[in-house]
Design a protein around this ligand. Sequence first.
Ligand code: HEM
Length: 272
Amino acid sequence: MGWWLSEKCTLKALSMSSIFGKLIDIFNGIINQRIQSKASSASNDVLDAFLNLTKENNQEWSCSDVIHVLVDVFVAGTDATSDTIEWAMAELLQNPETMVKAQRELQEVLGKDGIVQESDISKLPYLQAIVKETFRLHPPAPLLVPHKAETDVEICGSTVPKNSQVLINAWAIGRDPSTWSNPNAFVPERFLGRDIDVKGRDFELIPFGAGRRICLGLILAHRMVHLILASLLHSYAWKLDDGMKPEDMDMNEKLGFTLQKAQPLRAIPIKV
Ligand code: HEM
């Protein structure tokens, strides 16, 4: 058993390093292309800003650093956003009356054919409540990322010794029955009329973390999740694949890089 486990871990580590290797190759290619085309092009984006830093400060900030920062941001930014949208759609397909309410709100605000814009998000309180409820039940990083205590810290009468690794269970905080009534149910209405958000002020809901190490991509991710979800709901009616009934959906979780649906959602869009 011990052998099997360590064999499996090694295989996993190997496939992870080959995936990271591929990502590094892709970014390498993009950077080389940019360096070659730079003389003729007048672009000025984040990659140019990074490359300028390597020129100004080439001892401390190399192309390899740029590649690793890009890989970090890419990895941090992709799965978490797509998982959230998948979980939101899964919850809505399991709770059809909630989906109808969301679609009605979108129709009232945007009209039948309107296209969702970023500026519409603030006019869609029910959609915002759905996103908060999805983050509460399915935080993509359930233990955030590991933190380390720089000094001894006293918290609520307990000492966290210097150098401890601290894992914060945002998943359990979101389902704590002393904070949330009916904590395992998907009820977006609980957020209506309440001044509570996911931006690190309200410690009972911290899918992006809080404080100095809060997610760097929060603003982008927050917008993308609302926009994509609104577009999916406004453009299509949805049904489950293979005539599956909502009550038969598998809502189990699996922890990879992020907290994913164990069974990928299979849903069919129907043009409205
Ligand atoms: C729904 C989407 C997302 C969720 C739920 C999420 C969540 C998180 C969490 C929980 C952390 C750790 C915070 C802590 O430990 O206190 C984190 C860190 C980070 N996130 Fe996100 N994230 C999302 C999307 C993104 C996107 C789109 C980007 C970039 C474009 C991004 C970039 C980062 C980076 C670079 C860090 C590390 C920050 C640091 O260590 O200082 N994230 N994120």
